[in-house]
Write a protein that binds this ligand. Sequence first.
Ligand code: MRU
Length: 349
Amino acid sequence: MNNTNTVHAIRWENQQLRLLDQRVLPHETVYLTFDDVNAVAEAIRDMVVRGAPAIGITAAYGIVLAARARFSESTSHWKALLEKDLQTLAQSRPTAVNLFWAIEQMRRLIVELNGDPEPVLLAEAMKIHEDDIAACRRMGELGAALIEKPCNILTHCNAGALATGGYGTALGVVRAGFASGKITHVYADETRPWLQGARLTAWEMVQENIPVTLQAEGAAAHLMKLGKIDWVIVGSDRIAANGDVANKIGTYGLAVLARHHGVKFMVAAPASTVDMNIRCGEDIPIEQRSADEVLFLAGQPIAAEGAAAWNPAFDVTPASLVDAIVTERGVVLEPNTIKLALMMESVRI
Ligand code: MRU
């Protein structure tokens, strides 16, 4: 696999899938090994691996493992048996469309296959992985080019190398922007309840000596009011055909704050995150996660006993609050249905 940065969330080694366990970062760097598709689906659900593009890539490798097992079970009926595994993977997390996109890419090949499916499916999974890294690099260039002067940016959740094949979407823009002197400082929301910002984004930035300051997300309004932020840059789990953007819970609030304070709002995501079958954000399924993620921290109860908790994992930012959507196919300013359709139809730049 292309060695484009220091962080590798997903590896294919010795005919097995290896995932960097993001539940225990940054204090422990542990790779878990998988050769069973049910365990891969469980790892996606449990957020061993997370982030929309990384979930899709993981599912593609999971299908390679599943096809191997089903072909050894029955060389004549493996395709029918495999269908159950595709369903299991599809049920692991509902919001990131990259999961369903990757399953469809693999399914299209499976329909055509004769003989041992593993070599062909593995080549496809590796291509999905490598294409994602290349897309991130391109988004990095395109996103950084939108920034006019050296500035501070604010990001939310983790849309970095850990959340993708490598390099990152929002953090790809940060990497490219830092390298070209356009971005001087990164403010990162800690991102309750799972702390992707505190644990993962801060870790990625520190690894690359990019200055990073963490904050509770409640500090964002004050930070913007003080004039410290020029751009908010985030990733996405699904972009509807009209440009509405689903991303980690709290993103919508940041977009409202950004517009109020005259701060620009950029979304960086590969074309595989754009769901042209979903008309607008209201139709995007929003994952509800366990209340325990809010009520407990590192296994310790932190809330008053008896309190309930509401834990939607994502929210939807309306297109009207988005200044730019950056994909590897190009940049859409002030997105709407027509502009997104044109971008999606365009050949890759
Ligand atoms: O629940 P997570 O950690 O999977 O949520 C991830 C996000 O919301 C990311 O911002 C998004 O997937 C973009 S990742 C390049």
